[in-house]
Design a protein around this ligand. Structure first.
Ligand code: NAP
Length: 515
């Protein structure tokens, strides 16, 4: 009997032995920087003759690695290989496929500091953020394995007299897996292995900012025994090969997590039935957020300030679930803002390879420029109370920035900035706060700090987000406990880490035999 799913414990870095182990892992990773990684299609290791150069966002002169950059012909070849592998992989029983995930989880557990250290170097995550990312990947593997075992059993039905009625889940086909860079281990693992455990074969195109971490995870999946051709590793530019993957008539589904711009493009293109295509493509598209935390006059202001600061500035605000709007009721606005500013001032920014640096860089030059432009706009749309400065000489560092008295319809209160920028908005009462919170195109996460039962119940009904939290931060969803996915332009609400997730990658077959 398999144990019930339990979330992976996080590493306690207050213990010296854990800090030492992480330092060791960082040293090992630092000794391996600058290597070259190939494409892998089926059993074939391919050098496409050109590479993506991945650099450290905290030190842009440091090369993390060179990763093969797929061409259009590689996409074609990967689809053909995945189609061939599908013929045998779909026949492997679900419980058996689940075992590859448990094995991958065990390997990842053994290598967890190494993988986290790669994220520190390639994505600019702090130790704590990287450790949580790796733990979440282990959770996805353990959880989806168990879910597949559950869904492998015949599904409950009304059985008619004199008939043998069976309903079972079967796989879809070849999928395109297109993850983002901001959870390069957890999201990449969840998206890839959910499709694989359900009997599909895939093309995995990691985000171009984190392809080395992508390769390291691909290696773990192969080490766990996933056969060649089931996962085809084709790093490359989304702008260059993305359309070819999405448009291809033999692609059956697309699993995407990323920006609303790319997600809507994929959704639209996938809807067009191409010559020779025999199905309607499925699209799972999880996209951005403009997430809000509301605080009312009954709240524990200390806890609220901490929750806002952690949600706004954890991983430099580069989470789809990050709090980018703090909506404070008029009566507590000044006092709470002061506490938020004080707590933000205490954050220590620098190269995240050093444990004490809990705040690192933003991912790359494009993100740096975009966020700095939003800060300039914010200076006009509100009053800058903290931060506002960037330092890009060594890495892409932007100080945590707080802008207050922002109009709910200002651009910095409506558009996803995806950086360490918090807009503080004043609300006259709770209803007003809820109306402001709901008044964006997105609907991903939200949180309310309050001791007023009527306010919490009203928010429960009316705060229109896929993941709502009370008296807690709005980031850090836990697999199995907080199935994750948003409403409106935040995406298809597929609820990663929840009981419905795997069904997106399968279809149901009903067989009735007259006895
Ligand atoms: P992105 O720019 O949209 O990229 C996501 C992925 O799409 C990357 O692998 C990218 O490849 C690829 N891509 C780019 N153009 C494409 C095209 N034309 N066709 C197909 N694929 C294409 O997003 P990101 O900057 O990596 O991630 C940040 C965004 O993700 C934010 O908006 C954040 O809110 C969202 N996000 C959402 C969730 C959620 O669960 N809702 C979770 C995490 C992140 P390249 O890297 O090669 O361009």
């Amino acid at each position: 009997m398999r144990e019930l799913f339990r979330p992976e414990p996080l590493t306690d870095f207050s213990k010296e032995e854990n800090r030492k182990a992480f330092e060791e892992a960082l040293k090992i990773v630092e000794g391996e920087l600058g290597k070259t990684y190939p494409l892998v299609i089926g059993e074939e290791v391919i050098d496409p003759g050109r590479t993506i150069t991945s650099t450290n966002p905290a030190k842009h002169s440091e090369v993390i690695g060179y990763v093969g950059k797929a061409r259009l012909e590689d996409v074609e070849r990967a689809i053909k290989t995945a189609e061939e592998a599908f013929e045998s992989w779909k026949r492997v029983p679900g419980e058996e496929r689940a075992r590859y995930l448990y094995k991958a989880a065990a390997i990842l557990r053994r290598k967890k500091h190494i993988i986290s250290a790669w994220m520190v170097k390639e994505a600019g995550k702090s130790w704590v953020e990287a450790d949580a990312d790796t733990a979440e990947a282990i959770d996805f593997l353990e959880y989806y394995g168990r879910e597949m075992e559950r869904l492998s059993a015949p599904q409950p039905l009304t059985v008619l007299p004199g008939e043998d009625d069976v309903l079972e889940y079967i796989s879809l086909g070849v999928g395109a897996i297109i993850p983002p860079w901001n959870f390069p281990v957890a999201i990449l693992t969840g998206m890839t292995m959910s499709a694989v455990v359900t009997g599909n074969t895939v093309l995995l195109k990691p985000a171009s900012a984190t392809p080395v971490v992508g390769y390291k995870m691909f290696e773990i999946f192969r080490e766990a025994g996933v056969p060649g051709g089931v996962i085809n590793f084709i790093p490359g530019s989304g702008g260059e090969i993305g359309d070819a993957m999405v448009d291809h008539p033999r692609i059956r589904f697309i699993s995407f997590t990323g920006s609303v711009e790319v997600g809507t493009r994929i959704y639209e293109r996938a809807a067009k039935v191409q010559p020779g295509q025999k199905w309607l493509k499925r699209v799972v598209a999880e996209m951005g957020g403009k997430d809000a935390i509301i605080v009312d006059e009954t709240a524990d202001l200390e806890a609220a300030a901490q929750g806002i600061v952690t949600s706004a500035f954890g991983f430099q605000g580069q989470k789809c679930s990050a709090c980018s709007r703090a909506i404070l009721l008029d009566s507590i606005y000044d006092e709470l803002l002061e506490r938020i500013v004080e707590k933000t001032k205490a954050l220590v920014q620098g190269d995240p390879a050093t444990y004490a640096h809990t705040l690192g860089p933003v991912i790359d030059r494009a993100a740096y420029d975009k966020i700095m432009n939003y800060i300039e706009l914010g200076r006009k749309e509100g009053r800058l109370v903290l931060g506002g400065t960037g330092h890009d000489e060594v890495g892409y560092f932007i100080e945590p920035t707080i802008i207050e008295e922002v109009d709910p319809h200002a651009r910095i209160a409506q558009e996803e900035i995806f950086g360490p920028v918090l807009a503080v908005i004043r609300a006259k009462d709770f209803d007003h706060a809820l109306a402001i919170a709901n008044d964006t195109d997105y609907g991903l996460t939200g949180s309310v700090y309050s001791k007023n039962r009527a306010h919490l119940e009203k928010a429960r009904r009316e705060f229109h987000v896929g993941n709502l939290y009370f008296n807690r931060k709005c980031t850090g969803a836990i697999v199995g406990a907080h199935p994750f996915g948003g409403f409106n332009m935040s995406g298809t609400d597929s609820k990663a880490g929840g009981p419905d997730y795997l069904t997106h990658f399968m279809q149901l077959k009903s067989v009735a035999e007259v006895l």
